[in-house]
Design a protein around this ligand. Structure first.
Ligand code: ACO
Ligand code: HSE
Length: 383
């Protein structure tokens, strides 16, 4: 396995003002909540901070704000080029910018790093009020807690209503929570490759990933952040990413793209790898370099908690609360969030009109890759 411990690369909590330094986009800022966040599971989280990036200008009447919540391992860098602090271009760069579907000459686009994450927002790698890292003491979060934190950010920015909330996968879970918790603040809603509740199968895949991380001897109950370079649960996180990444792609794609071919001159019968193994190694190493295992655990557990009907009289009653103009789309080849889940959403949300298909061989990751098809949906919703 190609998961030699790499230098531990979780960004340290920025000193006040430092976050903008070295940020090529110049858009990233953060918001610190003045009061502790009351958590759905009980207790509260003090000192909540959300890193976020914005593009465009908020109109004087504040009617042009668009929220784009990211998926599991995304961050606030939804648009813009790669550079220091951003190993990849923005995850929806094809969608956001002047002349693009989310035209930043017209719309004010806001992308927060999710609460519990590791790219500037408060998470397990952040410092507690006493200066020590949270580590394994970081509290259990739900999607509703994360949306409550985002509502605090919206309040701070003076945004009473979103012209659109658009998200896929875990971002779609939060988009849906926005529309159900705050129907009066969500004018339009785009749900991509997401679900009303995490299914048994989704929980099962996440569970295997959580076990992989927690079985790493460097996990140490989540208290590894100050153990020194290379002494974090990188092997476990890499395993989790391999497991997850297979579920993000489709069987036909892997068959066509890699087949049974060996990687270069490697011989799989004598210790070498197949191409697809090398591909998974690459994605594992790439995530380990940029993501914190503790955040992965927190966010995966929050996804498992997702159930829009909890405490609201069930799924159908919760979905009926949505007043936003809504489009629901799914990727036909998505084996992780199958089209039946989007059909349930579309059937339950009053203004949704069936499920729009995203045609893609790439499976679940289609919502990140097929930006032209997603752009068409955004244009339809925003008129
Ligand atoms: C800060 C950030 O990184 S942005 C965060 C936002 N990212 C996310 O939200 C999701 C994380 N990323 C992903 O899920 C996916 O990479 C996507 C969906 C964004 C992109 O998918 P695709 O464009 O289809 O990329 P794909 O899965 O083909 O992977 C391409 C990579 O695999 C590598 N690769 C392909 N074949 C092989 C192989 N046989 N062996 C090793 N590496 C391989 C390519 O060289 C390429 O490397 P690079 O990304 O470092 O340039
Ligand atoms: N590739 C995406 C899929 C999760 O929805 C991610 O890592 O965030």
């Amino acid at each position: 396995m190609n998961t030699a411990p790499t230098p531990y690369a979780v960004p340290l909590p920025p000193a006040s003002g430092a976050w903008r330094e070295g940020d090529p986009s110049g858009h990233r800022r953060w918001h610190t909540r003045r009061t502790p966040l009351a958590l759905e599971a009980g207790g509260e989280l003090p000192g909540v901070r959300l890193a976020f990036e914005t593009w465009g200008r908020l109109a004087p009447d504040r009617s042009n704000a668009v929220l784009v919540p990211h998926a599991l391992t995304g961050d606030s860098h939804a648009a813009g080029p790669a550079g220091p602090g951003h190993p990849s271009p923005g995850w929806w760069d094809g969608l956001i910018g002047a002349g693009r579907a989310l035209d930043t000459d017209r719309w004010f686009v806001v992308a927060p790093n999710v609460l519990g994450g590791c790219q500037g927002s408060t998470g397990p790698s952040s410092a507690r009020p006493d200066g020590r890292r949270w580590g394994g003491a970081f509290p259990f979060l739900t999607q509703r807690d994360q949306v409550a934190a985002e509502a605090g950010l919206a309040d701070e920015l003076g945004i009473e209503r979103w012209a659109l909330v658009a998200g896929g996968s875990m971002g779609g879970m939060r988009a849906l929570e926005w529309a159900v918790t705050y129907p009066e603040r969500t004018d339009a809603l785009l749900l991509l490759a997401t679900a009303a509740a995490a299914s048994a199968e989704q929980i099962a895949w996440a569970s295997a990933q959580l076990h992989a991380i927690r079985a790493d001897p460097y996990w140490r109950g989540g208290d590894y952040h100050d153990a020194g370079p290379g002494r974090g649960p990188h092997t476990g996180l890499g395993l989790a990413r391999r497991l997850a990444h297979v579920t993000y792609r489709s069987e036909p794609e892997l068959a066509v793209r890699f087949g049974r071919r060996p990687q270069g001159a490697e011989d799989p019968w004598h210790g070498g790898r197949y191409q697809v193994e090398s591909y998974l190694d690459h994605h594992a190493a790439k995530l380990v370099r940029r993501f914190d295992a503790g955040s992965y655990v927190t966010l995966a557990e929050a996804m498992n908690s997702h159930d829009i009907g909890r405490g609201r009289g069930g799924t159908r009653a919760a979905l009926r609360r949505v007043t936003a103009r809504t489009l629901v789309a799914g990727v036909g080849s998505d084996r992780l969030y199958p089209p039946s889940q989007q059909a349930e959403l579309a059937a339950g949300i009053p203004a949704a009109d069936g499920v729009r298909p995203i045609d893609s061989p790439y499976g679940h990751d289609g919502f990140l890759i097929e930006t032209e098809q997603v752009a068409a949906l955004v244009r339809e919703l925003l008129g």
